[in-house]
Design a protein around this ligand. Sequence first.
Ligand code: PMT
Length: 394
Amino acid sequence: MLTGRRILLGVSGGVAAFKVAYLARRLIERGAQVRAIMTSSAGEFLGAQTLAAITGTAPYEDFFGGESVSPHTELARWADLIVIAPATAATMARLANGLSDDLLSATVLAFTGPVVVAPAMHTEMWESPATQRNVSLLNADGVHLVGPESGPLAGGDEGPGRMSEPEPIVDRIEALLGGGSMAGTRVLVSAGGTREPIDPVRYLGNRSSGKMGTAVAVEAAARGAAVTLVTTADLPVSDSIDVVQVETADEMAEAVWKLAGGVDVAVLVAAVADFKPQDRADTTLRRASGPPDLKMVPTPDILAGVASQENPPFLVGFAAETGSVEQAAEKASSKGVDLLVANDVTLPDSGFGVDTNQVTIIRPNGASDGWPVMRKRQVAARLWDLIAEERAST
Ligand code: PMT
């Protein structure tokens, strides 16, 4: 949450300015006070009246003509954090070179707190040596860049240069301002589906996209936790999350078991293979040799391994069920977890790949509580609220 935090939103002139109204609203929903500065060209893309209506204060557009004799220093003293979205190539160049020829760049120059920059421009401009030089300078100055992403750009082009969506920008701001409800909590999350190699090109896998586990990790980081994410997926997360990339159940087990002793909470969301081929062929299997005779052997039970450690963390498992989540009750009592989150992966809006999930919380004593269909990020938020309550009551 950003309750009471004061955020100065700098808007420069790019088509992505249309996303800024939503960004301002998200910041206010998280409890922040928001004031805005618009550069002279920003008004071509976003109405000042729109930002005024959302933030409750008319955006600042110029040094002159307002009531303040020194708006840049006043705003710099007022803000806890400055976020510039979209940041055009010209604005980034101004910031990188310490120019102060407009209200936004002068305010940033007078500001001593964290600055978040969300670049937006065409691919050629983003990749140009001059912009990349400015990116290096901004990084060296400790400016926090979020994005850009790759995707559709103005004028029908496509490629790197698209401004990040408001959510990852808000996540970064929350992580930077810290002091969230989970500050000081160390968290380990596993995500994605493991891949068990058959030969150099084939593997046995499953349908997990990593979205649920990544949402759990991102929500914890947004609340100020120190998060390590052991994952097979490659989804965007804020830089504050330590990502350990793995592929197989063995690799995931090694990473999770090594890290679990040093955390307060472990949430194991990954869909881990229960069996793997005993042997992996060194060269690709040939069709002409006929169907392979795959001998399967069990993989390590990662969850059980964490539960049996000396002083295990507060442990949350997930259970993928098909048809009904009732069978998960047995896992909740036998696996040594504090909570089990069961989902029926055959429902259209639950489980693998989709952005929503319908989960049932099952306690080791068998008591269960079904939650409605929610976006995975909302499931993660409600789960962290529950974990906080449970930890506080033990
Ligand atoms: O990634 P998404 O596309 O967003 O999909 C999310 C999800 C459906 C994968 C997720 O919500 C989910 O259900 N994860 C658990 C999947 C699973 O492996 O369930 P399970 O019932 O087989 O395992 C139970 C628990 O044991 C899990 O916490 C699992 O991480 C763990 N396990 C399983 C096997 C194994 N060898 N070691 C383990 O630790």
